[in-house]
Design a binder for this molecule. Structure first.
Ligand SMILES: [Zn+2]
Length: 184
């Protein structure tokens, strides 16, 4: 879960800012500076009521401390109103892959299911169709041959329907695991 958040374009900077702030606070604490800072904060609080006498560095420090909170609030708001934060990128980016020895292309229906799966030659990208590779019609054995570069590509001991189902499940597995991002 943290790994996914870390890669998330919205959460990553928020987490980084949080870590930097925590590290800064920890470092300050170790240096024994907290009493001085809380004194300073106390006097800031007291003087805030009077005519503002904040010096530039005090204003900038307050702004710097507020940034992580603002980022966090923005990220929560962003999530709440359902803006896409790249989580569904696969719908736009993962539309082809090399699986089981062939190059496949497909599209997604609005419900996220796969459709229009087509196979292509992994060498020259020519679209290829299966042919019956068994001499006996009763035995399901299909093969793919490229009519463009002339290569025999792959044979499978199953009907096309099963092969496509297998490819579909490979694709869905990669989407769930997030490993589709590591495509060449
Ligand atoms: Zn080819």
């Amino acid at each position: 879960m943290w790994k996914a958040l870390w890669k998330d374009p919205v959460w990553a900077p928020v987490i980084s800012a949080g870590i930097v702030t925590a590290a800064g606070a920890g470092g300050t604490y170790l240096l024994g500076l907290w009493p001085a800072i809380s004194d300073q904060a106390g006097s800031l609080w007291r003087t805030a009521g009077e005519q503002s006498k904040w010096s530039n560095w005090q204003v900038w420090m307050a702004v710097a401390l507020a940034i992580p909170s603002v980022l966090l609030a923005l990220a929560l708001l962003w999530r709440a109103i359902g803006v896409s934060t790249g989580v569904d990128d696969w719908r736009n980016l993962y539309l082809e892959d090399k699986l089981v020895g062939l190059h496949w292309r497909w599209k997604y229906y609005p419900d996220g299911s796969l459709g229009d799966i087509h196979s292509f030659c992994p060498h020259c990208d020519f679209q290829v169709f299966p042919h019956q590779a068994s001499a006996y019609a009763a035995i399901d054995r299909i093969g793919f041959h490229c009519d463009s570069c002339g290569r025999d590509l792959a044979t499978f001991g199953e009907p096309l329907e099963h092969l496509e189902s297998r490819v579909r499940r490979h694709i869905q597995q990669k989407i769930r695991a997030g490993s589709w991002r590591q495509q060449e």
